[in-house]
Design a protein around this ligand. Structure first.
Ligand SMILES: Cc1cc2nc3c(=O)[nH]c(=O)nc-3n(C[C@H](O)[C@H](O)[C@H](O)COP(=O)(O)O)c2cc1C
Length: 178
């Protein structure tokens, strides 16, 4: 069983990015489990002083990712940047060598949100993670009011999402291959 952790950059209740990741959970093929991480709002502000002995919410996040075979990221763009709460979550992971070179599907839910997408690719790569270009399509669900059921049922949206999951799982298998 392959486990993929889905990280949304939005805290919004009706977030398009979170809806897309929940659709990924619903669509995951046999042998693949998608876990949508919901803990970002509970994380304290990152502080290097407590990085080595962090609060339990941070330890749980690190353990979840450490055991994962890959990561799916979908985030809105705020003022041409990465949402602060999401960057705060990523900052807690920067120094974690145990996370290794996680393969990442970096899905962009808005074709015009090019700045946050580029920044996220740079941040994740700097963290040592491997952004898989072929698993990182634009799936334009932002600002359209779609819920997860709609996304999962629309072949034009579910198709690229399933493709991204497949490429991500294969990228992990390629790392594991001798
Ligand atoms: C404070 C704020 C700033 C935003 N700045 C941008 C921006 O710079 N570029 C952009 O394409 N969209 C911008 N947006 C629009 C959001 O990225 C868009 O509504 C997105 O769908 C929100 O994602 P969510 O539905 O997952 O919460 C902004 C929205 C907010 C609330």
């Amino acid at each position: 069983m392959k486990t993929l952790i889905a990280l949304s950059g939005s805290l919004r209740r009706d977030s398009a990015n979170t809806a897309l990741l929940r659709a990924a959970l619903a669509l995951a093929p046999p042998g693949v489990r998608v876990v949508v991480y919901e803990g970002t709002p509970m994380l304290p502000f990152f502080n290097p002083d407590i990085e080595a002995d962090p609060p339990s919410a941070v330890r749980e996040l690190r353990a979840l990712l450490s055991a994962a075979d890959g990561v799916i990221v979908a985030s809105p763009e705020y003022a041409h940047g990465v949402p602060g709460a999401f960057k705060n979550m990523l900052d807690w992971l920067v120094g974690c060598a145990e996370l290794g070179s996680k393969p990442v599907a970096l899905i962009n839910t808005s074709a015009r949100a090019v700045h946050a997408q580029a920044a996220l690719a740079e941040i994740l790569t700097t963290m040592g993670w491997r952004v898989i270009a072929a698993a990182s399509p634009v799936i334009a669900v932002a600002n359209r009011g779609f819920d997860q059921a709609h996304i999962a049922a629309d072949p034009a949206l579910a198709g690229p999402l399933l493709m991204a999951i497949g490429v991500l799982v294969q990228a992990d298998a390629d790392i594991d291959a001798p």
